[in-house]
Design a protein around this ligand. Structure first.
Ligand SMILES: [Zn+2]
Length: 235
């Protein structure tokens, strides 16, 4: 039986003993997820609350005040999912939401969990502008950037890089180079799944692919990513 730590998923069901997933981080997508997620947090289930960049149009006016108040009462809850997606037309409003999430994460000293698609320049610009006011840890999920972007992020900020199966194909040079460029102290595994069953399959594939690329055993990948996971949740 595996012992994965799933750094990013949307499984809104309680923990299962037999899944092979020892720990997981669940990200909210809209404000309507928050109440349910607060209830399922436990010693092995960690929760992020936020509004996904695809769903900012569902946010109520007071979403940020509400988020701040919930986080103040729940010291283990982190912020996510938030971020920038330039494949969608509303990148301007997305930036406003993302910056507000960043401010709350900084104020309350919580890790932030980011979705970034085709918006690396904007992300780097925002991080640079807020350099003195960043959260204690930044996790970028489903990381799809280049080795150059990894270098920039890893040397300047406390960024973790989380990978799911589609970003880890050992037969694709771009994927191999990305995994090889990621510091081992910052690499994470994720399923990005909605159900426990698909999560286990996806984590197994990502783990085996990364092991192949790094030339280490799947158990070593599990051990490295479990250590990094513990760092993220205890920032
Ligand atoms: Zn997600």
């Amino acid at each position: 039986m595996f012992n994965f730590s799933d750094a990013h998923c949307h499984i809104y069901e309680p923990q299962s003993e037999t899944s092979g997933i020892a720990h997981r981080i669940i990200n909210a997508v809209t404000e309507s997820d928050w109440e349910n997620l607060i209830k399922i947090q436990s010693d092995s289930v960690f929760v992020c609350l936020g509004i996904h960049p695809w769903h900012i149009n569902t946010a109520r006016k007071s979403w940020d005040k509400n988020l701040y108040n919930i986080l103040k009462q729940n010291p283990k809850i982190m912020i996510g999912e938030t971020g920038l997606d330039a494949s969608k037309p509303n990148i301007g409003p997305q930036e406003e939401f993302f910056i507000r999430h960043l401010e709350i994460a900084h104020n309350l000293k919580r890790a932030i969990h980011i979705h970034c698609v085709k918006a690396w320049d904007r992300l780097l610009h925002i991080l640079k502008n807020n350099r003195e006011n960043l959260p204690p840890a930044i996790l970028i999920h489903g990381f799809s950037g280049t080795p150059e972007i990894i270098h920039e992020l890893a040397t300047k900020y406390n960024v973790y890089f989380s990978y799911s199966a589609p970003q880890t194909n050992p037969n694709i040079t771009r994927h191999r180079n990305r995994i090889l460029a990621t510091p081992r102290t910052k690499i994470l595994l994720e399923s990005d799944a909605n159900t426990i069953q698909t999560a286990t399959t996806k984590l197994t594939t990502a783990c085996e692919n990364i092991a192949k690329i790094l030339g280490i055993s799947p158990n070593e990948v599990i051990s490295i990513t479990n250590t990094n996971f513990q760092k993220v949740i205890s920032q």
